[in-house]
Ligand binder design. Sequence first.
Ligand code: 13P
Length: 313
Amino acid sequence: MRVNDKDDLKYNEALKKKIAKLKKKRNAVIIVHNYQRDEIQDIADISGDSLALSQAAVRTDADVIVFCGVQFMAESASILNPDKTVLLPVIEAGCPLADMITAEKLRAKRKQYPNAAVVCYVNSSAEVKAESDIACTSSNAIQIVRSLKEKDIIFVPDRNLGRYVQSQVPEKNIILWEGFCPTHIRVQEEDIIKAKELHKGAEVLAHPECNPEVLAIADHVCSTAGMFTYAKKSTAKEFIIATESGMLYKLQKENPDKKFYLPTPHLVCANMKLITLGWVAYSLEKMVYEIKVSEEVRERARKTLDRMLAVSK
Ligand code: 13P
C-alpha cells in the first residue's frame, strides 16, 4: 500500500533484500533491458541493449535467468539456453512491434521474393525468427545486412530501422515491412527542433526506430548501448535523447556533469514499465512465468540468432 515516499523507499529496500536472498537460493541472474524502471536497473546483474543481453544470456552459468524486459527478449534467452529456466516476471509484457508480423505472413512475403534473404529484427517472435535467415538488433543491423551475399533483403518488422539501414547500405535492395514501434514514432521532427531551441548546443541521439525525419536531424543514430558510449565520449554537455524514457536514469548516473532531456514526455513504453520489484520477488519465489519455445521452432530460431551472434562477435 502506498502511504508516502518514505514508506515506498523502505518497502523497496525490503523487496531488494528479499530478491537478493531468493536470487542466491535459486542461483539466478537478473538481466535488465535499458528501458526498465530505475529500481529494476538498480538490481541488475547485467544490463544493456538487446544485443548485449542476448550475448550475456549465452555466457551465463546461472540456473535461472530472470529477464526484466519484454516477451521477445526472454524468448531469445530461452532459445539460446534451453537447459536453463528463463523467467519473465510479468507475462503480459509484450512488444506491439513484434506482434506486427506472423510467421505465416512472412512465408507469403518470401514466396513473392524467392531470391531475397530474410533479416529479422530481434523484436520478433520465435516463430518469425524460425522463418528468417539471420537476426539483427539496432546495434548491428547495418553490419548484418552488409555481411549477406544476397542483394535483395526482406527486412522485418520495423520499417524505420529498415529504411535507416537502406540509407547506410545503398548497394542492397531492402524490401520493407510496415511495422513500427508505437513509442518511438511518437517523437516528431518539431519536438526535436523545439528541444534544440530550448537547449542550445545539445546533441541529439536517436534510436533507429524513430521516424526518418527525426533521424535526418539527429547528431548520432544508435542503439541504447550506443547512446551510453556516445554520451560518455562526447564533449557536449547536454543531450536530447530520442528513445524510451528509461534511458535517462543510467545516462544521468554515469554522466553526473552532463544533462539529458527527452524531446517529448510521451516516450514511455507501457510494456517495459510493467515489471516492478514486487513482481521480480514474486517471480523468484514462485518460479513464474517460465518462457519456453517448442523444440522444432527453437532449433530453427536458434540458427537465426547464432548466425547474428557469429557476425557480431
Ligand atoms: P536496443 O537494442 O537498442 O536496446 O533496442 C531495443 C528495443 O526494443 C527498442 O525499442
